[in-house]
Design a protein around this ligand. Structure first.
Ligand code: HPA
Length: 263
């Protein structure tokens, strides 16, 4: 399928930057970019082909900067299916990243933990996902795309090694991506746990499908911001998700600062 960003006219600083890595920041993780030396920032609203987000905590711009010594483009904010966008619109940012040269992509999200051993405030690296959105950005093609290793084992091994140094609690598990926008019921959480989900969220899976179809190598990280419904004592709230995301962002920054794999 056509990449609508292939012939985009970009400022010279962006065009010449040639980022190797892409990073998509989930809810509450936007301030991650504040510590970076930004080469260029491109608001989503300046790119006509990109859908715009209206959710608090999703600022909406691409930041071009060095990340652990590697050139990267960082999506500060993303759009979601539950805002009423199509799967193709939700994944436009990934196609933009491919068009500017990204070959390795880190997807992050805020998620509820459905695994009693994974605590709110911890991070989980995705080993696999359950796409429960009932849609895909590949409607129209390519068809019958292999999905046996969505989250690169090579990248997973490298990040797991970096996490072994003290300070960062990094679990590994399966992410269930749902449509939202309401949180789950306790019965749905029990069902998802039976299906093999460790973390539950409303993003990432469609971007992962699109990125793989474009030949990117992917790593995925969930910031576990809350107990999934029925597992904690308090009702779920977006404010809590943003707050825990903010306080856990530093650990993720530390993990990435330990290095991005070569090659
Ligand atoms: N469920 C779905 N999405 C989420 C959650 C959750 O518990 N927490 C943050 N995003």
């Amino acid at each position: 399928m056509q990449n609508e960003f292939a012939d985009l006219q970009l400022p010279a600083t962006v065009r010449d930057f040639q980022p190797e890595w892409g990073l998509v920041l989930g809810s509450g993780l936007g301030p991650f970019v504040e510590k970076l030396d930004i080469t260029h920032a491109l608001p989503f609203c300046e790119i006509a082909e990109l859908p715009q987000s209206a959710v608090p905590g999703h600022a909406g711009r691409f930041v071009f900067a060095e990340l652990a010594g590697k050139r990267a483009v960082i999506a500060q904010g993303r759009v979601h299916l539950y805002e009423g966008h199509t799967a193709r619109a939700v994944t436009a940012g990934v196609r933009f990243m491919a068009a500017v040269g990204v070959s390795k992509l880190i997807l992050t999200n805020a998620a509820g933990t459905a695994n009693p051993d994974f605590l709110p405030g911890d991070w989980m690296m995705l080993t696999d996902h359950l796409n429960l959105t009932h849609t895909t950005p590949l409607l129209g093609g390519p068809h019958f795309f292999d999905m046996s290793e969505v989250y690169s084992q090579r990248l997973r091994m490298a990040f797991a090694k970096n996490a072994r140094e003290p300070g960062v609690m990094l679990h590994e598990g399966v992410y269930a991506g749902l449509l939202g926008p309401q949180y789950e019921t306790p019965a749905e959480v029990r069902m998802l746990r039976h299906l093999g989900a460790d973390a539950i969220g409303m993003s990432t899976v469609l971007e992962a499908i699109q990125a793989r179809a474009l030949g990117m190598e992917i790593a995925g990280f969930s910031c576990l911001t809350n107990w999934a419904a029925g597992l904690g004592k308090r009702p779920l709230s977006h404010a809590e998700v943003l707050e825990v995301g903010l306080s856990a962002a530093g650990n993720f920054a530390r993990l990435l600062a330990r290095g991005l794999p070569d090659g």
